[in-house]
Structure formats: C-alpha cells, structure tokens
Design a protein around this ligand. Structure first.
Ligand SMILES: [Zn+2]
Length: 88
C-alpha cells in the first residue's frame, strides 16, 4: 500500500485570499517558507477537505492537482423518461 501523496498548502494567498494546495511533486511548488504540510492523502478530495477545515478558501493547484488527478467521475445525465401515453 502506498502512503498516498504529500500535500502542502501555501501560507500566502492570492488576490482573492485563496491558499493553494500542492502536491510534493509539483513543479511549481513554492519555497519551503511559504508551505504548510497538510498530510499524506490518497485522493485530492481528502486533502482538500482537511485543508478546508483550517482554511476556508483553498484552491487545488492546476499544475499538480488538477492535471494529474485521478479521472473525474462524470455523472451520466439520463434523459427524463415520461410516462407512456397509455398511462395518461
Ligand atoms: Zn502545484
């Protein structure tokens, strides 16, 4: 079993006061001084929810979290079935 990915949150925020969530392997990882270690998680969602417990405004980094995240399960939109005319 792997331990999952190490996730870090930036101390500084962007202009909308969002902290950024990064994986340890991120190419755009900021300097150590600007990072808080959040923990090791198997999924981005786990890391996000933990980060959001402490910081309300958290965005996953596009480079490491969105691009390489596990495929998103898109819910299939099913057409609404209307009752057959015989039932009306
Ligand atoms: Zn990143």
């Amino acid at each position: 079993m792997s331990k999952g990915n190490y996730y870090y949150l930036t101390v500084s925020t962007d202009q909308d006061s969002y902290h950024y969530l990064h994986r340890k392997s991120c190419r755009r990882l900021p300097a150590k001084e600007d990072l808080m270690f959040i923990g090791a998680f198997h999924t981005l969602n786990q890391a996000l929810s933990v980060a959001r417990l402490n910081f309300k405004k958290v965005k996953p980094c596009i480079k490491c979290c969105i691009h390489y995240s596990e495929p998103v399960n898109h819910e299939k939109v099913r057409p609404v079935h209307h009752l057959p005319k015989e039932f009306l």
